[in-house]
Every structure is written in structure tokens, then in C-alpha cells.
Ligand binder design. Structure first.
Ligand SMILES: Nc1ncnc2c1ncn2[C@@H]1O[C@H](COP(=O)(O)OP(=O)(O)OP(=O)(O)O)[C@@H](O)[C@H]1O
Ligand SMILES: [Mg+2]
Length: 218
């Protein structure tokens, strides 16, 4: 059986308050590894990531996920998790932040899973005890990434994951997302301006311009 693409978009329009900001006539995203979205500020990258994580409905057009129209958005949402451009943490410990989604999904082995996610993002395991307000900006970003990685979803959508993160730790984040792909077949889809960092992750790129897909390099 032929494997369906991860996503297929046809004649998609997304709008904010009746103002169309994203228009994708035809786009297929294969399930063959990390893919990046690049383009100027306001080109529609974050909007597209929100659409692909089922947080923002399209005004018109068709979006298929693994070959199906996701009618039950909650099911699809469980398979696609988005790390927002401005990630937030719960006002709780690092452990509680990372374990939150696992608990909501009724998962067990929380300690092991949290420790593994911390280790993957290059944070010491004893960070689990830290309170949310005792983290640097870059550490908070990595905790937010760990809280998504830990879910082992089919898709991991990352919006500017390396903002405020130094080079060494950004490198660890690159390794973490590639690790998620290798270990769990979690496909990272990344919007970023950090092209040097991106080179370490993937050469597959979707170039966006003024709300449209301008060019695709797979
Ligand atoms: N919540 C919103 N309400 C209204 N308009 C919005 C909203 N969010 C984004 N827009 C508009 O939609 C367009 C696309 O924005 P989007 O955030 O998707 O761009 P982006 O490529 O992620 O940009 P950046 O590189 O700055 O993050 C822009 O014109 C922006 O002004
Ligand atoms: Mg954005």
C-alpha cells in the first residue's frame, strides 16, 4: 500500500477577521523527515503551523492528514503538537510542565519519560524540581520543547524554536528533534529564520512569501 503524505492541502484559505493571510492552492508534505518553512516576517509561517496543528480552521479548501479529512479534530490534535512562537509554561515545576500532556493522555512512567525528555534537550535531570520562574529564557524554551517532545506525537510543529537560545544549546535542540524522528518517527515541521541552525536539521524547505508557497525544495 502506498503511504499517504503527512499533509495534503488543496485550495486552502486562512483568514484573521475576514482578512485572508494564507492561500495555498496545492501542497503535499511527505512523511520522509523534517521539513522547514522559511520566509520573511508576516509571510504566513506561523499561520500555516497553526492550521497544520488543527488550532486554526481554514475558511475554505481541504486539508488531509495522513490521507484523511480530520473530522474529529480532537483525534488529529492528539497526533500533532505545536510549540508556539511565544511558548508559555504553566506556573508549576519543570516536572509538572513536562508531565502535564502525558497525564492528560493517561500515560504512565511519567518520571522516566520526563527524565528522557530533559536529557534529549540537554537539560540536567534535576531540573525537574525547578520552579518555572527560576529558568533563563533559553532554558524555558528547552523545557517547552521537552514538554512537546515527550508526547511522541506523529508531528511536532516548532515555531522559531531557537529564538533566545545560544549556539551550543540550539545544537542540542537540533539533535533532539532529529532524535525524535529517529526514535519515534515523529516528523518535525519547523518555521525558522535561523538558517544556519536549520542546515543541521534538514534541507527540505518550503519557501513562503506573502501568505503563499513560493517554492518547495524536497
Ligand atoms: N492573530 C492575528 N490577527 C490578525 N492578523 C494576524 C494575526 N496573526 C498574524 N496575523 C497576520 O497574518 C499574516 C501572517 O502572519 P504569521 O504570523 O503567519 O507570519 P510569520 O511568517 O509567522 O511571521 P514571523 O516571521 O514574523 O513570525 C501577517 O500579515 C500578520 O500580520
Ligand atoms: Mg511566525
Amino acid at each position: 500500500m502506498i503511504k499517504p503524505p503527512l499533509y495534503e492541502l488543496k485550495n486552502i484559505v486562512c483568514a484573521y477577521e475576514d482578512e485572508p493571510v494564507l492561500q495555498v492552492d496545492s501542497l503535499s508534505i511527505p512523511d520522509e523527515g523534517p521539513v522547514a518553512f522559511v520566509g520573511h516576517n508576516g509571510s504566513g509561517k506561523s499561520t500555516l503551523l497553526k492550521l497544520l496543528s488543527f488550532l486554526l480552521p481554514q475558511v475554505s479548501g481541504e486539508l488531509r492528514f495522513l490521507g484523511e479529512l480530520p473530522d474529529k479534530r480532537d483525534d488529529a490534535r492528539l497526533q500533532a503538537t505545536l510549540l508556539l512562537q511565544e511558548p508559555y509554561l504553566l506556573r508549576r515545576s519543570v516536572f509538572e510542565n513536562i508531565a502535564y500532556g502525558l497525564r492528560a493522555r493517561g500515560e504512565t512512567s511519567l518520571r522516566e519519560r520526563v527524565a528522557e525528555a530533559l536529557e534529549m534537550t540537554g537539560l540536567p535531570v534535576d531540573f525537574a524540581r525547578r520552579e518555572w520562574y527560576r529558568l533563563s529564557g533559553g532554558e524555558a524554551r528547552r523545557v517547552a520543547l521537552a514538554s512537546r517532545l515527550v508526547l511522541r506525537t506523529k508531528v511536532l510543529l516548532l515555531d522559531e524554536p531557537t529564538a533566545n537560545v545560544d549556539e551550543e544549546n540550539a545544537q542540542l535542540m537540533a539533535e533532539a528533534v532529529l532524535d525524535a524522528w529517529k526514535r519515534w518517527n515523529t516528523t518535525p515541521l519547523i518555521a525558522t529564520h535561523d538558517l544556519q541552525w536549520l542546515d543541521a536539521v534538514t534541507q527540505r524547505r518550503i519557501f513562503m512569501r506573502r501568505g503563499k508557497v513560493e517554492r518547495i525544495v524536497y
